[in-house]
Design a protein around this ligand. Sequence first.
Ligand SMILES: Cc1ncc(COP(=O)(O)O)c(C=O)c1O
Length: 368
Amino acid sequence: MKKLIPWSQAYFVSNEKYHLNNAFNSTWISGGLYIKKFENEFCKYIKSNFAITVNNGTSAIHLVYLALNLKKGDEIIIPSFGYLAAANLALQMGLKPVFADVDQNTFCIDVNSIKKKITKKTKLIVAINTYGNVCELKPIIKLAKSKKINVLEDSAESLGSKYYNKNSGTIADIGTFSFQATKTVTTGEGGIVVTKKKNKFKNLLNLYRNHGIKTKRYMHLVPGHNFRLTNLQAAIGYTQLKNFNKIYKSRVKSYNLYKKLLINEKGIKLQQFNHNVKPLVWTMAIVLDKKFYGSRDIIIKKMLKKKIETRNGFYSTNRLSIFKKFHSKDLKNSDYLSKQVICLPLFNGINNFQIKYIVKSLLSLRKS
Ligand SMILES: Cc1ncc(COP(=O)(O)O)c(C=O)c1O
């Protein structure tokens, strides 16, 4: 392989440039018509009755925290293995992150661990739909309802995945997505919040996204932020969503090939999906065992020598000093996965030849 195979690569599916030019030529480069078009298209695709764009996936979560009126000292349950935007924001806002363990097979938050962590101060459960999976949400939502706690589905990595035939991000009270460059649909940077509870959240989400201003200029009704996406970005996202079937097919094809080549290989375990989940994977996440020489991090270096960029899984919160106050001994699966997971390249447009080369290279590093 002469050229590096990147772990991820932005891929333009169709006439993004045409719509980007339209937005540019309109001179509406901050707000503009593409914002609503993108939001409408998103609602149509994931079958939600409300969506509001923001400037990234972290802002989407932040906006939800503000709309939920979370206050200093409130507790939020978050998985200890996953992308930790929700946990970082909790620290920033003076909320208390309480970490629950994940399932060792699905990498998603485990309802039994959540049960042990709920207290009277719990205000929110964040279910992160990691790597294209969807959490086992039914028991989580049932539990949350019984305690009058909201559930946020952080679906930044699972656009296009389904749970009991419903779209990821639309199952719980409120869902968030990211459109950062590595994501399944990208606008460079960007995000969106969706909710089926339009009446409850629409006004607050609009207010906090836009400086707390409703209609009257300079009249700040709440201490809001500027979380707005630009019209230029929305034009790109709109085009990608219009062509989502191409993205979907390409990812399914790539995943199926990986699966075929890896499923029976010793020393490798694929991320598992429950029978009720139809995933659209974001990355090809696998767990390595002792059959591989050295640690996972050495494998990453060796793969790079073969011109393949891979990524380690997330660090569990127990391994991060910023969460020291919240470390806990009962996060064993997260701690294990954080040492053993490696993510292989999977992006819109990766080809079969590249996938076969990646698998061959990985297997060559295994003990015979
Ligand atoms: C699960 C998850 N949540 C939140 C984020 C944050 O999104 P962004 O990078 O767009 O702020 C990411 C992204 O990288 C993510 O993977």
